[in-house]
Design a protein around this ligand. Structure first.
Ligand SMILES: Nc1nc2c(c(=O)[nH]1)N[C@H]1C(S)=C(S)[C@@H](COP(=O)(O)OP(=O)(O)OC[C@H]3O[C@@H](n4cnc5c(N)ncnc54)[C@H](O)[C@@H]3O)O[C@H]1N2
Ligand code: MOO
Ligand SMILES: [Mg+2]
Length: 419
């Protein structure tokens, strides 16, 4: 079979995938299981934070007027009349030069308006002395200074992080409404493939793509559905994919997507009647990456070569699955960096290189993370980003300005930053 494959720019390919990404509805889940999920509604503050005016330090709460005139040579003395640990309150009315012994987090009694830290006092038998004046509200956190009842505290479309979980807890949201996560099936194809626990045999290799993709999904907070390895047999593979279509919202296959005699995925998409969004991308590696859609279900046909498979996931699968949850920041951020090694190959197409990036002298620097052909696997282990070299460029040398996609960060961005 001769396939007509017209390469499209990686940006156009991403745009096509994003245009097909549809949400799957909402669900309520316990707030403490929501990390990594996408919030479906604006959540508002149910109380002021701080809830009450409180001490920000361990020390003494006094009336600032009583500190007037205090200096090194004229220490002013206070008498401690009550203790207010965190969790306690007091309605005692301070008289002149009286003080509460107060701890961080405790409500400031009405008759006090400033807090003196222990370190700023000299303790006496019944109190302490100070050597300077204190103004109103020193070392005090005021009621509502962070937010007020009704303020939007976490916006719809936010990917929930540990700080959002803390915020839900603060306001008593025991459940939160989030977008449903897509159920994602992962299937590696290839008669040459063995399971991880298998002994190696002549002509065969272990399947590293399925576990890698399961881990890439896991990094996004999605638990993938692992399907059994599949030999390159048309009827069995067709049946397996039909079965998967009835069970999942997106299918990720690896291998069998190029033009070889046993690359069966293109024929399977055709027989299924799936709409092929693209089957060739002007990029290296992973040029054969194919994405199709059938009745709203994605079929991501990633290359069998591990490095191409990895990049294909990060470029297309990750933003699509994020957008299926209506995330406002579905893309991995792409940042400016300095290349610290020569990369002399020409780049007729966009090139994505698994990379080690690090910070030095306030700059982000990056270098390829080892052996970097499409079939490489160990360099993926050493990478924490992907260098992006635009198509139509010649070799790059150490010191050149480049872009790097931050594949290892969990907070995304709202634009696909690859040029
Ligand atoms: N005549 C042409 N041949 C090839 C072309 C081309 O344009 N014309 N493209 C090459 C490029 S580039 C790539 S990338 C590969 C893509 O191949 P497939 O996606 O069809 O993948 P397979 O043929 O099944 O496997 C390729 C390679 O990867 C190994 N592999 C496969 N699955 C796994 C796995 N789960 N874990 C580890 N390794 C895996 C497989 O053994 C092969 O070595 O096609 C080129 N050919
Ligand atoms: O398109 Mo392939 O992924 O270069 O090896
Ligand atoms: Mg092949």
């Amino acid at each position: 079979m001769t396939l007509n494959r017209t390469p499209i720019h990686v940006n156009d390919a991403v745009t096509k995938v994003m245009a097909e990404s549809k949400t799957l509805g909402l669900e309520k889940i316990p707030f403490d299981q929501s990390n990594g999920r996408v919030l479906a509604v604006d959540l508002t503050a149910t109380s002021d934070v701080p809830l009450f005016t409180k001490s920000a330090m361990d020390g003494f709460a006094v009336n600032s007027k009583d500190t007037a005139g205090a200096s090194k040579d004229n220490r002013v003395a206070f008498k401690v009349v009550e203790e207010v640990p965190a969790g306690a309150t007091s309605d005692y009315e301070l008289k002149e030069n009286e003080a509460f012994r107060i701890m961080t987090g405790a409500e400031i009694p009405k008759s006090a308006d400033t807090v003196i830290m222990f370190e700023q006092t000299k303790e006496t038998d019944h109190g302490f002395t100070i050597r300077r004046e204190f103004k109103e509200n020193e070392n005090i956190a005021l009621k509502g200074e962070e937010c007020k009842v009704g303020d939007v505290i976490v916006e719809k479309g936010t990917t929930i992080n540990p700080g959002a979980v803390a915020t839900f807890a603060t306001f008593g949201y025991t459940e939160v409404e989030v977008y449903k996560q897509p159920v994602v099936g992962v299937l590696s194809t290839g008669t040459e493939l063995l399971d991880v626990g298998d002994e190696l045999e002549r002509g065969k290799i272990r399947n590293s793509n399925t576990p890698m993709i399961m881990a890439q999904l896991d990094r996004m907070g999605i638990q993938g559905k692992h399907y059994k390895l599949q030999t390159d047999d048309f009827d069995i593979l067709y049946q397996r994919i039909e079965e998967m279509l009835s069970e999942v919202d997106a299918i990720i296959t690896t291998g069998g997507v190029s033009v070889g005699d046993y690359d069966l995925l293109p024929k399977i998409y055709e027989k299924l009647g799936a709409e092929v969004l693209f089957n060739k991308v002007a990029m290296r590696p992973g040029s054969v990456t194919t994405v199709s859609v059938l009745d709203g279900t994605f079929l991501f046909g990633l290359s069998g070569n591990p490095s191409a498979c990895y990049s294909g996931f990060e470029l297309f699968v990750r933003p699509a699955l994020n957008l299926m949850q209506d995330a406002v920041r579905p893309f991995a951020p792409v940042v400016d960096a300095i290349l610290v090694e020569d990369f002399t190959k020409p780049n007729p197409f966009s090139r994505f290189i698994r990379a080690e990036l690090f910070f030095e002298e306030g700059k982000i620097k990056a270098r390829p993370s080892g052996f970097n052909k499409s079939n490489a696997v160990t360099s993926i282990a050493k990478s924490n980003g992907v260098i992006v070299l635009p198509g139509g460029t010649r070799g790059f040398t150490s010191g050149d300005a480049i872009k790097v996609m931050l594949t290892d960060v969990t907070t995304g961005t709202d634009t696909f930053g690859v040029e």
